[in-house]
Design a protein around this ligand. Structure first.
Ligand code: AHR
Length: 325
């Protein structure tokens, strides 16, 4: 590890909500030559995020790594504070999953000036100078949006328009919300039967997904044919709202969402969700490899993609026991 600035431990305790080391709960201690990684996570907003955190913690475990983990609780200001604290602590590598895309230039420049490489995981940033980070490992969110739209088109074969779609967006300004919206629209706009009649953020959570769907149902009544949710958790919340409104999710309203978490497979098995586009949260092992490479000063690809698929109701029962998240 680099020379530690004296206030580091204090900063960790006082400034960072949820800052914790990797060696708690009887785990092995970090070795003397361990790579110290400061990791700032988005929060705990979804089943996807819980699986992602578990995967990162497992892969960045002692004795090889000394993990400083911080939970931003879905707030960019918390992440910026965490990154500044990691810089002050002189960690070897910073890794983070940015809550939103913009607003990172200054803090990333500070990391660069301090000579600390930054690895982005899951979500992208929009910065003027892309030398401010070493690499990004994560899914192709635009393609996920396209896949959801292709499923809707296939599912609507033989149906006449207008087919009215409501969209539950992810966190405003986040890469997955921006990209999934763009990919979905790009494909759906090619078929004149479809209209996106309502589109609003449910912040990637079940509770908000339910609330926003209630508002959609109130405004549109029975005139909703399809729900596209940017993640499974919002779809699961919306399913509850649809049932409470006396309609049949999966039948009266066809539903496609993104992630492929266990809850989505259970909802598909119950006939309430029609399809889920996979977004793999198990990024820990690949992230650890990239951190090793970057720490050793070796060249890494600027973008590392994750392979993913689409699952439908008829596959749910057979696939459920194989799900790892
Ligand atoms: O960035 C990935 C997205 O963030 C997942 O699709 C969503 O569930 C999570 O909150």
């Amino acid at each position: 590890m680099r020379k530690v600035v004296g206030v580091a431990a204090l900063l960790c305790a006082a400034v960072l909500a949820g800052c914790s080391g990797g060696g708690e709960g009887g785990q092995a201690a970090a070795g003397d030559d361990a790579i110290t990684v400061g990791f700032s996570q988005v929060g705990a907003e979804s089943e996807w995020r819980t699986a992602n955190t578990r995967s990162v913690r497992e892969a960045l475990a002692a004795p090889e790594f000394n993990l400083r983990f911080s939970d931003a609780q879905q707030k960019q200001e918390n992440q910026i504070k965490a990154l500044r604290s990691f810089i002050a602590q002189g960690v070897d590598v910073i890794a983070f999953s940015p809550v939103v895309e913009t607003g990172w230039d200054n803090v990333l420049r500070e990391a660069k000036t301090a000579g600390i490489p930054v690895v982005l995981t899951d979500r992208a940033v929009n910065v003027a100078d892309d030398s401010l980070y070493a690499t990004l490992i994560g899914s192709d969110f635009v393609e996920e949006g396209r896949r959801a739209a292709r499923w809707v088109i296939e599912d609507s074969q033989g149906k006449q328009g207008p087919i009215r779609i409501v969209e539950l967006q992810g966190t405003v300004g986040s890469a997955p919300a921006n990209d999934r919206m763009r990919g979905f629209k790009e494909v759906i706009d090619g078929d004149s039967r479809f209209q996106i009649v309502r589109s609003q953020s449910g912040d990637f959570t079940r509770a908000r997904g339910k609330e926003v769907m209630e508002a959609f149902l109130k405004a549109e009544g029975d005139n909703i044919d399809v729900l596209f949710a940017h993640n499974d958790d919002m779809a699961i919340g919306a399913i509850q709202a649809i049932e409470e409104a006396g309609r049949k999710p999966g039948t009266d309203i066809r539903i496609v969402s993104i992630d492929g978490v266990r809850g989505a497979f259970e909802a598909m098995k119950a006939g309430k969700l029609n399809a889920t586009v996979e977004c793999n949260p198990l990024l820990g092992p690949q992230l650890a490899d990239l951190i090793r490479e970057v720490h050793a000063g070796r060249e890494v690809p600027k973008r590392v993609m994750v392979e993913e698929g689409v699952f439908t109701q008829d596959q749910a029962e057979a696939e459920l026991p194989n799900r790892k998240y």
